[in-house]
Write a protein that binds this ligand. Structure first.
Ligand SMILES: [Zn+2]
Length: 921
């Protein structure tokens, strides 16, 4: 009975297009309702107790794992395994599905993939033979964005059909393809969101989870594909991509509620030129196969070649590792409840004009979870089917992409990292990123010359003629984003994400691009370790640590936690011909200090010096165990990233809760961070208690009284560090004497949330997008001043040159000039201040190029404008950072300014005489 119904369903799906089926009609409806027998494979409906995609109902993640285990036990087409634990300790799992004969020789099939992925020494004929023997590995994962719930639900039906169906179509798929299914790329969020959904059922509370659906990074978990900071990213990169070498990745998403019903590739311009054209073609062919299947079934509202581009590696690890990226985005509902057009249930959703890239408009004003499931199921089978039918071609192409890279002869030839770096810790971190991304690294055994420059032994060489040269090149070169306009002469066409991502610039690491081949004695690096300078013997006066390395802050956090006093030199000084910069850490000697410094020296390459004779230098004494408060409003991603960062450095910190305002703030915090995205409304209103249970009381507003209390806390001696749009909040809080230099609506704010339509910072992006979508809408937006007419300035995520006053405590450790990250941010000019002292810490240069990597329009508006400014407000200290110097924690060269400010504000000035008596106070 079940078998028969499956065959009918497949026939409908693949052979007989059934246009204009009623909404919600799918194959599973005809499934029998009978109770399963023990040992018998159950349908999703039998297992979960409701039909997948039923309004309001969601299969929970743990039960989905149970179901996958059930399928792996009752069929012979599936292996199920846990690959590791997530950030919050949930299982991150993989189901491997194929014909039993393929599963039996999985190791051999993986070995073929690995050989094709690194074809050095492999002849074309051998490669073709391997392509014949191999199987195409198709990786599919869902719900990296956990409120986009429909796709994980759909995968239960996809998997069930693959492991039970006996039709020739499914046979062909199983024979030719090994399917790697990750039911959720963010299991923590899946659990949080679905649990919250059921917990709030029948209550007056908001049903959609109000906070970040990943502990630290929320929606930005899909912006971590080049720095690999989060556990889930690492699991995917190391335990899927590196372990199996899939030839294609299908990344299942949902988009907003009111646009097209489903987006499929091809993508819009631009695409990163380092993406091999074969992969770009692969993206188009699979996207088209999916669209054709959907259109043939009468599924309407399908759109392609629109909005989503292929530029930022933050979202697309796979395209630098031999795989097309198939992004599917299905229109969302109200989490699991139907979405009804607010304009009226009879007003159709989405554009109603058919276009080349939008063949059939959707005609209903309603949209349901079951439709998401149906669209997802159809698209997934179409994708797998397309790859199955063209298996050998896909494997040959996989080989060819890598062969082209290993045989590469065009410039540039390599990138070189000089052995001596300002911050050896970040140099090590940069190399480690490449290493995780499977880039081969070499180290020079002897000095050599390249590109007309001498390099010492120990310098690092990254040659581009290697399997993953594309990843290395994209990450190490400077981006020149094309000047794309919405129409000729018109406003800029917003990129989907940021435009500059040069690792050396982000991380404060010197990296040289070398155009022509050179000779050097190189050794392949197998195990990466930080460069280690030997620890000095315990000195009579003090340990000295230069301010250049971020690793200094790892040491500071640990020294503070152990109660060791820490000082910073207020100016530069010299000891026996060796120069120490302003901000050098001065640590009185003790066995405890020696142990901690030695430890950080070993693990992070921190250079520790020692002096027996005191130096005459004024200094600052850090406040013991400096207490840091983080304002992390609900669903605020920059705050989430900052939380992660503070934890990485083990600073003494805690997230500020509205309940803290019942007490004395000064008794709780020395310094407070207002991350980007923290507005007056975040602080004063916060989450509405009528819509959010007590569990969210930490994010309730503190009211006007709390706002005033915060200002009083600063004036009474607190330190406030405001970043990005948080600067405007601080300005309003304390009437700081600065004003914006750039047109206020100078560009759509990016920062995620855009594809799901549920993120906090998607609104401005949407406004921008809508305004710029046609000349008529743009003129209306200009007329209504939604867009500033003077908006000749545009910088949607680039690296821009800054000059630093490195003798200022907030810029301690910074070089005289280095790029900062700027993502639709603001620059400032000082106003005459009354009773508030201000000092510019960093500014955009008055001369010379400002853009270093990415895209910038209106460079001149930034000339000589301030970025970081420090203020004395009453007895308090305020530092404003107009650009996001900590953007997604990626600009490691500049986020030390945040740390500097946090520790400097609460510190006390001490005299040279006191510093000379360190060991004998
Ligand atoms: Zn998404």
């Amino acid at each position: 009975m079940r078998r028969a119904s499956s065959i009918i369903a497949i026939a409908v799906l693949l052979v007989l297009p059934a246009p204009h089926r009623p909404v919600g009609a799918g194959e599973a409806q005809s499934q029998p309702q009978s109770q399963p027998q023990p040992g018998q494979t159950q349908t999703p409906q039998q297992f979960f107790g409701f039909r997948i995609g039923t309004d309001g109902e969601l299969a929970r993640y743990p039960k989905i794992l149970d179901y996958f285990q059930h399928l792996s036990k009752t069929t012979n087409r599936m292996k199920f395994q846990e690959l590791g634990k997530t950030t919050m300790g949930n299982p991150y799992v993989l189901a491997t599905i194929s014909a039993p004969e393929n599963l039996a020789k999985l190791d051999r099939l993986v070995a073929i993939n690995k050989r094709l992925a690194d074809p050095r020494g492999l002849s074309e004929a051998e490669a073709k033979k391997l392509a014949q023997e191999g199987r195409a590995f198709y990786l599919v994962y869902a719900t990296i964005h956990s409120t986009e719930v429909g796709n994980t639900q759909a995968l239960t039906e996809v998997v069930h059909r693959l492991v039970t169906d006996g039709s020739p179509e499914i046979r062909q798929m199983l024979d030719n393809v090994v399917l790697l299914v990750v039911p959720s790329q963010n299991p923590d969020g899946q659990v949080l969101v679905v649990d919250h959904w059921y917990k709030t059922k029948g209550t007056p509370f908001a049903r959609v989870y109000p906070d970040l659906y990943h502990k630290y990074v929320g929606h930005d978990d899909n912006r971590d594909w080049f720095m690999f900071t989060q556990i889930e990213t690492r699991l995917a990169v190391e335990k899927l991509h590196a372990a199996y070498k899939p030839i294609i990745t299908h990344d299942m998403h949902q988009q907003g509620t009111t646009g097209s019903r489903m987006f499929l590739p091809p993508f819009d311009d631009p695409y990163d030129p380092n993406v091999h054209p074969i992969l770009a073609q692969g993206i188009t062919s699979v996207g088209n196969a999916m669209a054709s299947a959907l259109v043939a079934e009468g599924k309407t509202g399908i759109e392609y070649l629109s909005r989503y581009d292929l530029w930022a590696p933050a979202r697309q690890y796979m395209v630098y590792h031999g795989q097309p990226r198939i992004l599917t985005e299905i229109a969302s509902v109200e989490l699991a409840d139907p979405f009804v057009n607010p304009a009226g249930a009879d007003v159709p959703l989405g554009p109603q004009d058919a276009r080349w890239n939008y063949p059939v408009p959707y005609k209903s004003g309603e949209w349901r979870l079951r439709q998401i499931v149906d669209y997802a199921v159809t698209a997934t089978f179409a994708g797998i089917g397309h790859v199955a039918k063209n298996r050998v071609t896909w494997l040959e192409n996989f080989y060819r992409v890598h062969a082209d890279w290993v045989n590469r002869t065009s410039a540039p030839y390599a990138f070189v990292l000089p052995a001596v770096q300002r911050d050896p810790y970040e140099a090590y971190e940069l190399l480690n990123i490449l290493h995780i991304g499977e880039v081969e690294l070499h180290q020079a055994r002897a000095a050599f010359t390249a590109g007309g420059r001498q390099y010492a032994a120990g310098s690092w060489v990254v040659r581009l003629a290697q399997p993953y040269g594309a990843f290395a090149k994209t990450m190490l070169e400077r981006q020149r984003y094309p000047d794309l306009r919405l129409f000729p002469g018109g406003p800029p066409k917003p990129p989907y994400d940021v435009t500059g991502h040069t690792l050396g610039l982000l991380m404060g690491v010197e990296v040289d691009q070398i155009e022509q081949p050179f000779e050097a004695s190189l050794e392949l690096v197998r195990t990466l370790r930080p460069a280690i300078t030997p620890m000095p013997a315990q000195p009579k006066w003090a340990y000295l640590v230069g301010p250049e390395s971020n690793a200094g802050f790892i040491a500071v956090a640990r020294l503070q936690a152990s109660g060791v006093a820490v000082y910073r030199a207020a100016r530069e000084f010299e000891i026996t011909g060796r120069a120490f910069a302003s901000g050098t850490w001065i640590v009185p000697p003790s066995p405890e200090a020696a142990r901690i410094l030695a430890d950080v020296s070993m693990s992070a390459g921190l250079t520790v010096a020692a002096a027996d004779t005191p130096v005459t230098v004024d200094a600052y004494r850090l406040k013991p165990a400096t207490r840091i408060g983080l304002w992390r409003g609900a669903n605020n991603m920059p705050g989430g990233w900052m939380k992660w960062l503070l934890e990485q450095y083990s600073f003494n910190h805690r997230t500020i809760a509205s309940t803290d305002f019942a007490g004395d703030l000064a008794a709780q915090y020395d310094a407070i961070i207002l991350p980007d995205g923290t507005s007056r409304a975040t602080i004063v209103q916060g989450l509405d208690p009528r819509r959010h249970d007590k569990e969210w009381s930490w994010a309730y507003g503190v009211g006007d009284a709390g706002w005033k209390k915060l200002a009083d806390w600063v004036r009474g001696g607190g330190t406030l560090v405001a970043i990005g749009s948080g600067v405007d909040t601080a300005r309003a809080l304390l009437d700081l004497p600065i004003e914006p230099s750039l047109p206020v609506a100078s560009g759509g704010r990016r920062g995620g949330g855009a594809d799901s339509g549920t993120g906090a910072s998607g609104d401005a992006t949407r406004v921008m997008r809508e305004a710029f979508s046609s000349p008529a809408r743009l003129s209306a937006a200009l007329r209504e001043r939604v867009i500033d007419p003077a908006s000749v300035f545009y910088c949607p995520g680039s690296l821009l040159q800054n000059e630093f006053n490195a003798s200022h405590p907030v810029a301690f450790g910074m070089p005289p000039a280095w790029p900062v990250f700027f993502e639709s941010d603001q620059a400032y000019r000082l106003k005459p201040g009354f009773a508030i002292q201000s000092e510019v810490v960093s500014r955009y240069p008055a001369q010379g190029p400002i853009l270093q990597s990415g895209w910038l329009l209106g460079e001149d508006l930034l000339r000589d404008q301030a970025n970081v400014v420090a203020f004395r407000v009453g007895s308090g200290y305020v530092v404003t950072m107009g650009s996001q110097v900590d953007f997604r924690t990626q600009p490691r060269a500049t986020f030390k300014q945040v740390f500097n400010a946090l520790f400097h504000g609460p510190s006390t000035r001490v005299s040279a005489a006191e510093i000379a008596r360190l060991t004998n106070p």
